[in-house]
Design a protein around this ligand. Structure first.
Ligand SMILES: C[S@@+](CC[C@H](N)C(=O)[O-])C[C@H]1O[C@@H](n2cnc3c(N)ncnc32)[C@H](O)[C@@H]1O
Length: 166
């Protein structure tokens, strides 16, 4: 990722939040790994399922889902640079064929087909979405109507899953 052209979200997530402090970076990423695990535990993701992570950032939740055996992960974000970052990481990890990258705001997920995902997650994104429509937009991508279950914590993210059985 070119350092001079990164958008503000990419700049923040990859550099500024750590203030150039490698030890702080290590500590923060260690804490975030615990939060990622909580989000994925609550999502009840099963092997082979498709997970959509809204506001994926550097792919904290999405790559965790792939490690847990997700069949496919859709990384969505408004940041082109962060999606490029995730695509490069997926290539390096050899999981590109299980990934899709969608540049879209949380309330503009129409390009994701209805009933095409089993689980929707989002962490530390809703606070930046003014009208907070992400729930219905994400749910529609997952399953039309209001079916499904939702598990949420303000500090540790949200997960929704289809209630459509196996
Ligand atoms: C604090 S970061 C969290 C990133 C990631 N979810 C994580 O847990 O590491 C917020 C992310 O939300 C994205 N974002 C901000 N506003 C958004 C919006 N309206 N729709 C979708 N994504 C958004 C940013 O580009 C950034 O990747």
């Amino acid at each position: 990722m070119g350092s001079t052209t990164r958008d503000r979200w990419a700049e923040w997530l990859t550099e500024r939040r750590f203030g150039g402090d490698a030890e702080l970076r290590r500590e923060v990423l260690e804490q975030l790994a615990q939060i990622r695990d909580l989000v994925l535990d609550r999502s009840e993701l099963r092997e082979g399922e498709t997970l959509l992570d809204v506001g994926c950032g550097e792919g904290l939740v999405g790559f965790g889902a792939l490690e847990r055996g997700a069949g496919k992960v859709i990384f969505s974000d408004i940041s082109t640079d962060l999606l490029d970052f995730c695509r490069e990481a997926a290539t390096e990890l050899g999981v590109l064929d299980r990934c899709r990258f969608v540049e879209a705001a949380a309330d503009r997920l129409a390009s994701i087909e209805d009933e095409s995902v089993d689980v929707v997650t989002t962490r530390s994104v809703l606070i930046y979405v003014k009208e907070k429509p992400v729930r219905s937009a994400s749910s529609r991508a997952c399953f039309p109507g209001e079916a499904g279950s939702h598990s949420r914590s303000r500090s540790t993210g949200s997960a929704w899953r289809s209630s459509g059985g196996d």
